[in-house]
Design a protein around this ligand. Structure first.
Ligand code: INI
Length: 155
């Protein structure tokens, strides 16, 4: 019989860090609401959540790395919204943000880090993923963080 390790969906007694970008705040504010709702509904306390606001998705990776390193949180959720629209440097911001978060999470292996950065072609697509018909990716990223917390504790 194999040894099974899996994370329970229980945030009780845990500390959460959220890094959220202000760019496209109309969307990222909804992702943050989703994240806090998920945390509360899995037994987490809002007083145990540290939210760090950064200018844009570009600034998320280094901030998430510093927060993970600080010893102040047990997991980090990264929230942002990169929307193609009329922005010529969409590709750079979206790709570097995703790559940077992946790198940060691999460097700070004591603290799980999850990805809740939307990369969408239109604002409508972003709205759909921030609390309307396609759910709330902030909620989903927080649920993954809670599950990963349980796994990291056992590894
Ligand atoms: N930042 C975002 O979070 N979303 C975007 O859609 C975006 N676009 O498209 O420009 C964006 N740019 C700002 C960037 O993240 C940095 O904050 C800025 O370049 C300063 O370093």
């Amino acid at each position: 019989m194999y040894k099974k390790l899996e994370g329970m969906l229980n945030a009780e007694g845990k500390r959460l860090g959220v890094v959220v970008s202000r760019f496209n705040e109309i969307i990222t504010g909804k992702l943050l609401e989703g994240a806090l709702d998920c945390w509360r509904r899995h037994g987490g306390k809002e007083e145990e959540v540290t939210v760090v606001f950064v200018p844009g998705a570009w600034e998320i990776p280094p901030t998430a790395a510093k927060l993970a390193k600080s010893g102040k949180v047990d997991a980090v959720v990264c929230l942002g919204a990169v929307i193609r629209g009329a922005t010529p440097h969409f590709e750079f911001v979206a790709a570097e943000s995703a790559k940077g978060i992946a790198q940060a999470s691999m460097q700070q292996t004591e603290v799980p880090m999850t990805f809740g950065v939307l990369t969408c072609d239109t604002i409508e697509q972003a709205v759909e993923r921030a609390g309307s018909k396609s759910g709330n990716k902030g909620w989903d990223a927080t649920l993954s963080a809670i599950e990963m917390l349980g796994i990291y504790k056992q590894l």
